[in-house]
Design a protein around this ligand. Structure first.
Ligand code: NDP
Length: 332
């Protein structure tokens, strides 16, 4: 198996040289295990947290051991009763070409007619996150005005379209002109987040003079400060991510206007998809699956070719060079 490791915990934005490419022979399969040839790997912002060596809601990566991450592949050998050679599965043995895992830890692909890699994106963990955050955490209503940050990314682009489908007025922030045009083409009012909090505040006043009822937070930093200013009384903030902070080597001060949570009686709720979404997977597939299969919900992918590109694909997330879901395709 060829795979990536890290040999130390990075400070700040990781350098490409942090990642070591290694090879090892896999042991013979034990009872219950499967061997999978990966075809698609997912890289996700939360992986930065796992590099820091601190346990949060997920274990840190172990130094000099194969890194982990969402992946899709084909079983090439099985000693598991329900899984057979040729089955395609989703699992967490990413950052490598061949994974060997306990078969109980892999999931067959749901029966929805979409390209398989969609189960790492719009119909996978990021898509479920968008749906859970809007539906279960923010309890979105059609009368809401919704602000979504990183709105053209894997999570944000589904959240934005689901909110628009529901009839909400939707505002999305994105870092490039091209991304903002894509949002506008989908009925979403777009703003640039590469501005000071004060400039984002005035941009929000222009696009949403009625104020914001729901903020779907992916970013933190000046976006959160501006959103707090724009929130209406009793608004809800679903805190999904704070990517602007993931590479900070020392914590920075929070929003200067945090007291708005009190004065506006806001509800600000952080959530982790696996906890909040547990038991709701079927509802998610039933509601969102047909919209994706019928092309009503559009999804974009940025694909890097070849296992060696995995660290580059990961680092690109922090530059915003991905449109929609960032993936790595393995050439077999
Ligand atoms: P994306 O596909 O959205 O990729 C990340 C995007 O974030 C980039 O394309 C970039 O877009 C934007 N970005 C990067 N750095 C900054 C910055 N400093 N300030 C503002 N924007 C920035 O990733 P995902 O959709 O996979 O994840 C989105 C968020 O959701 C992340 O915060 C992630 O951690 C979180 N998440 C949370 C989960 C949970 O269970 N709570 C589960 C999954 C994801 P741009 O060009 O617009 O700058």
């Amino acid at each position: 198996s060829r795979y990536f490791t890290i040999g130390e915990h990075p400070e700040g934005l990781p350098e490409r040289s942090l990642f070591n490419f290694e090879t090892r022979e896999l042991p013979e399969l034990k009872d219950g295990e499967v061997r999978i040839r990966n075809q698609w790997l997912s890289v996700d912002p939360y992986m930065r947290g796992r590099m820091s060596g601190v346990k949060t809601y997920v274990e840190p990566f172990r130094l000099n051991e194969p890194m982990e991450g969402g992946a899709l592949g084909e079983i090439i050998e099985s000693r598991h009763q329900q899984l057979k050679k040729g089955d395609r599965v989703i699992h967490m043995g990413g950052w490598r070409d061949v994974a060997q895992l306990d078969g109980d830890q892999v999931q067959p692909l749901p029966d929805i007619d979409v390209p398989p890699q969609a189960f790492l994106g719009v119909l996978g963990m990021p898509g479920m996150t968008a749906w859970v955050g809007l539906t279960l955490v923010a309890e979105l209503k059609s009368s809401d005005t919704v602000l979504i940050s990183a709105a053209s990314g894997a999570v944000g682009s589904l959240a934005a379209q689901l909110a628009a489908q529901k009839g909400c007025t939707v505002i999305g922030s994105a870092g490039s002109q091209e991304k903002r045009e894509w949002l506008e083409a989908h009925g979403i009012r777009a703003i640039d987040h590469h501005q000071s909090a004060d400039d984002i505040k005035s941009a929000l006043k222009d696009v949403a003079p009625q104020g914001i009822d729901v903020y779907y937070e992916n970013v933190g930093g000046p976006m959160l400060e501006a959103a707090l200013d724009a929130m209406n009384d009793f608004g809800r903030i679903a805190v999904c991510g704070m990517i602007a902070r993931y590479n900070e080597s020392a914590p920075s001060a929070g929003p200067s206007n945090i007291a708005a949570v009190l004065t506006k009686r806001l509800r600000m709720q952080g959530f982790i998809v696996h906890e909040w979404g547990k038991g709701h997977e079927q509802r998610f597939y039933e509601q969102v699956g047909p919209l994706v299969a019928d092309g009503i919900i559009e999804y974009r992918e940025t694909v890097e070719e070849g296992l060696e590109k995995t660290p580059d694909a990961f680092l690109a997330l922090f530059e915003g060079s991905n449109d929609g879901k960032m993936l790595v395709r393995l050439n077999g």
